[in-house]
Design a protein around this ligand. Structure first.
Ligand SMILES: [Fe+2]
Ligand SMILES: [Fe+2]
Length: 256
């Protein structure tokens, strides 16, 4: 029997602001024709204003497939985070804040598990910031560690045929290449990738690095994709997974 592939659409950094509707041709109203889920990896709004969230929620109300999102730094700028989350959740969006809110969706015979959180900064590899010296430095990198712990908590509980991690900040250096090197420490952190490599996932999506690269990979070979709108230069990216391959994964996991 031939089954349809599971199709995920993803676009980050939409940065919806009050005037956006006139300029952004989002094609969200027809997304059900090409995808089973829409994933929004943060920076949904221009500056986290409730009005921006309301206008974007109006646009999202046209979408006929489940929507899963994380917040970005822009969504926190005006410190209306609770209100922004309330508005988006009120519109039916699964807003993932991490640490216990992963979701599992059923697409045909396949279970699709998604967990996520915003993530934070710190840099990559041997140059990743460490908690040494001033209290402010320790507080800064503690934020990243807490975000990594949220990923670990959710991923360790996510049982699904297809497991997807959604972040705003990048967990790998590959997908920030193209940005000025001076900005790398503020575009993501390898600390976010630790639990992903340890616990496994099929796909990691993020945004934030507007001038970065689309394709990357974790140390253990997990595909990482930067789906920031300015990187994609198209309305969204589509990721397809064959149910047969996912079923084989399921059998392998059971016998592992
Ligand atoms: Fe952004
Ligand atoms: Fe951002």
């Amino acid at each position: 029997m031939t089954r349809n592939p599971v199709r995920l659409a993803a676009v980050g950094d939409v940065h919806w602001h009050v005037e956006r509707r006139r300029t952004f041709h989002h094609h969200f109203e027809t997304i059900h024709e090409v995808a089973d889920v829409l994933i929004l990896p943060g920076d949904l709004t221009g500056s986290g204003l409730p009005e921006e969230a309301r206008l974007f929620a109006e646009v999202l109300s046209e979408v006929r497939v489940p929507i899963v999102a994380v917040l970005g730094n822009h969504d926190m700028h005006t410190e209306n985070t609770d209100e922004v989350v309330r508005i988006l959740r009120g519109a039916g969006v699964h807003v993932l804040l991490g640490g216990g809110d992963g979701v599992t969706l059923r697409i045909g015979d396949v279970s699709v598990g998604l967990c996520g959180t915003k993530g934070f900064c710190g840099g990559f590899g041997a140059r990743c910031l460490t908690p040494f010296g001033e209290h402010a430095i320790k507080t800064f990198i503690d934020e990243t560690k807490t975000e990594a712990e949220r990923i670990e908590y959710d991923l360790s509980r996510l049982q699904a045929d297809l497991r997807v991690v959604v972040l705003h900040y990048s967990p790998v250096e590959d997908t920030v290449i193209g940005e000025p090197r001076e900005l790398y420490p503020f575009l993501g952190s390898s600390l976010l990738c630790g639990p992903i490599d340890q616990l496994g996932a099929d796909l990691v999506l993020h945004g934030h690095a507007h001038y970065g690269s689309e394709n990357g990979m974790s140390d253990s070979g997990i595909p990482v994709r930067n789906v920031a709108l300015p990187v994609l230069k198209r309305s969204y990216a589509i990721f397809e997974f064959s149910p047969e391959a996912l079923m084989n994964n399921r059998i392998e996991r059971r016998s592992a």
